[in-house]
Design a protein around this ligand. Structure first.
Ligand code: ADP
Ligand code: MG
Length: 652
């Protein structure tokens, strides 16, 4: 059965290639239709490049037609003015467009979402004005003319030959884009799309990967433009007009943003509609004896688009994958590349495997721990040249943070030793989450000092801390709900992945080996929290408790020295709680420290070596669980009468 699906895939691909190959013959070498076929290829590349930025990285670019024009002008100028060959001009133009896109990202350094759209729109206008105004270079409104089709072996290509050349180059580019999306780079892009703060907490430098995404996307857009310049024979400013980006966005949205095949199907669909309307319009012209019905055509086009979007809100591919049949199909396809089985964990007998957990396993810490230890020492790739830390792992002093007039932290000190499990308790609003947010770089602080791993850190970024081994999970769930469980896991291995851009784009053996290894490790970590059977489910459809456990497993994958858990036990069943308990206990053996914020006092007191207590942004007590529980100030402020500790947990 599996092989039948594989055959089906190849047959579909083969039919596509056959159609591309036979197209000029099918249309009897009609120039119009051959050109249309070549344009479709170029548009597919352009919308796939936009998809890389917009669909996969959530960079809403309004500049892609402008960058497309940059590629076209660059190639045209290099060929006509510098007299260089197409084969040199094409890569150069691609690089120029990539550089322009990169500079654009640098200029928008911290611009979020809609601002990014605004800034790129402005850039598009500027590029357009440049094309108009810089007549000496660009030929102004009249454009750049005399761009000939490329030559091969001294022989200028005819239209059909150039058509084939375009398709070959486009297909190769699409293959590169596909590979990138499915690599470490794609995972980083998709993490950023999901949530920047989460991506950073997994060690992804959001700015670096946005830059990579946008520059790569721009390079491909520019290449599409360059190919178009030689097809069209001339370039004028209209090419970069942002109103021209309409059909680009249309194709992408109809096909499905953020899906690999969406832009391709979208282009076929949108081009098809446009042609049909034109044919219909001609017929209408004849019937009504009027010269033109173009405005009706535009109207009909608009209406059809609205209708399509109403019926297919996530585009053709997006709507299909979300449908029942689509999910069945993708499950079916997933069996083509079955996930490996978890290694050496003897999950069935492990106390950590929640489904098989017997009530008595609560006491079998030792066996569980050895299994967990095995896994943690087999971290996929050695994390870095970490020196063993003998002193304090974390040393925070005088930490102060205000929100407007509210003083959330008032000079908090805290030291955590390697391998220590530290509890942090305090009434709601006492500043626990704020403390975690400032020490992990998610919030700027007013004053104070942070040392981590013996290093004084001056307002470090979250991703830098994650790289150094300070990893946290958030109080609210921060998974990527639309990705599968195993894809969520894989995102956690970012820092361990050594594949570079070229290896990823070309899907070279070294990269493939690494991907296989990471998949294996992902499954191992999932087994650790009893989720290996759910690896292919969407993370968003897990129970609340399972989502918490997945977050813990993903945080472990990052390679923590200090794992910060902000209320991890919320919503866990008693059995899941026991699993988490033994997991935390076992981290200690690996000299991994834990900072545990938890309202479940029972759970916390049993696990922690020491407990710190916050009240109104101040640390009011610190010591062993026993010391803290008998501290009069704590009793008054928080715990209430010792025997009513549990009930007092939600007291404001
Ligand atoms: P805890 O985690 O101990 O329940 P928090 O750290 O979440 O407490 O909150 C401490 C105080 O800071 C609360 O009064 C809360 O309302 C306030 N606070 C937290 N985050 C923000 C924010 N982003 N903006 C304004 N006030 C905040
Ligand atoms: Mg909190």
């Amino acid at each position: 059965m599996m092989s039948r699906v594989r055959v089906l895939k190849w047959v579909a691909l083969g039919l596509g290639l056959l159609l591309i190959g036979l197209w000029p013959g099918l249309v009897e070498n009609n120039k119009f239709w051959v050109t249309l076929g070549a344009q479709a290829a170029i548009l597919m590349l352009l919308s796939s490049s936009l998809n890389l930025a917009l669909g996969f990285t959530d960079l809403v670019s309004m500049a892609h037609t402008g960058i497309y024009a940059v590629g076209a002008y660059a190639c045209g100028l290099i060929v006509t003015r510098l007299g260089l060959d197409f084969w040199l001009a094409l890569p150069l133009a691609t690089l120029v467009a990539g550089a322009v896109g990169g500079l654009m990202t640098l200029a928008t350094l911290r611009a979020a979402h809609l601002y990014f759209a605004m800034v790129t729109l402005s850039f598009n206008l500027i590029l357009l004005q440049l094309a108009f105004a810089w007549e000496g270079l660009t030929g102004g409104e009249g454009g750049l003319i005399g761009i000939k089709r490329p030559a091969l072996g001294g022989q200028r290509l005819d239209l059909n030959q150039y058509y084939y050349l375009i398709w070959v180059l486009v297909l190769v580019s699409l293959w590169l884009i596909f590979n990138l999306v499915r690599s470490k780079f794609g995972r980083a892009f998709i993490s950023i799309r999901g949530d920047e703060a989460t991506a950073a907490s997994l060690g992804v430098n959001p700015f670096k990967y946005k830059l990579i995404s946008f520059a790569t996307s721009s390079a491909f857009a520019g290449m599409a433009g360059a190919l178009y310049a030689h097809l069209n024979g001339f370039v004028n400013p209209a090419l970069g007009d942002s109103s021209g980006s309409l059909s680009l966005f249309v194709a992408l949205f109809i096909g499905g943003v953020g899906t690999l095949s969406g832009p391709l199907l979208g282009v076929i669909f949108a081009t098809g509609i446009e042609r049909l309307l034109m044919v219909g319009g001609d017929a209408l012209n004849k019937a009504t004896n009027t010269a033109s019905n173009t405005s009706y055509q535009a109207l009909a086009y608009g209406l059809l688009l609205i209708l399509t979007m109403a019926v297919l809100p996530s585009g053709i591919v997006g709507t299909w994958t979300k449908s029942k049949a689509g999910r069945k199909w993708s499950n079916f396809l997933a069996q083509l590349h079955p996930l490996p089985k978890p290694q050496e964990l003897r999950v069935a007998s492990s106390g950590l495997h929640i489904e098989n957990q017997k009530p008595s396993t609560h006491n079998s810490f030792t066996t569980e721990n050895t299994e967990v230890s095995q896994l943690l020492t087999r971290n996929p790739v050695p994390t870095d040249n970490r020196q063993p830390i003998t002193d304090n792992l974390l040393n925070v002093s005088g930490m102060t943070k205000s929100f407007g007039g509210l003083r959330a932290l008032r000079g908090v000190d805290m030291q955590i030793e390697p391998g220590e499990v530290r509890g942090l308790i305090g009434p709601n609003g006492s500043g626990k989450s704020t403390f975690v947010n400032v020490i992990s770089g998610h919030l700027p602080y007013d004053s104070g000092q942070i040392e981590f791993g013996g290093e004084k850190l001056n307002r470090p970024a979250t991703y830098q801390l994650a790289k150094r081994g300070q990893v946290r999970i958030f109080q609210a769930a921060h998974l990527f709900p639309n990705l599968s469980v195993v894809e969520n896991m894989l995102a956690g291995f970012h820092n361990h992945s050594r594949q570079n851009f070229i290896e990823a784009a070309l899907h070279l053996p070294h990269q493939r080996e690494e991907e296989a290894r990471l998949r294996q490790e992902a499954v191992n970590y999932l087994a650790l929290v009893g989720l290996s059977e759910r690896a292919l489910t969407l993370a968003g459809s897990l129970s609340h408790g399972q989502q918490r456990l997945l977050e813990v497993a993903r945080a472990l994958a990052v390679g923590p020295r200090l794992l910060i858990l902000d209320e991890p036990a919320t919503g866990l069943t008693a059995e899941e709680l026991r699993g988490l308990s033994s997991l935390i206990a076992s981290l200690k053996q690996q000299h991994i420290s834990v900072l545990l914020i938890e309202h479940n006092i029972d759970f916390l007191m049993r696990l922690c070596d020491r407990v710190s207590v916050f009240e109104y942004g101040e640390k009011i007590a610190e010591g062993t669980p026993a010391e803290v529980q008998s501290n009069p100030r704590v009793v008054v402020a928080y715990l209430g009468e010792p025997e009513t500790i549990e009930e007092s947990k939600v007291r404001p």
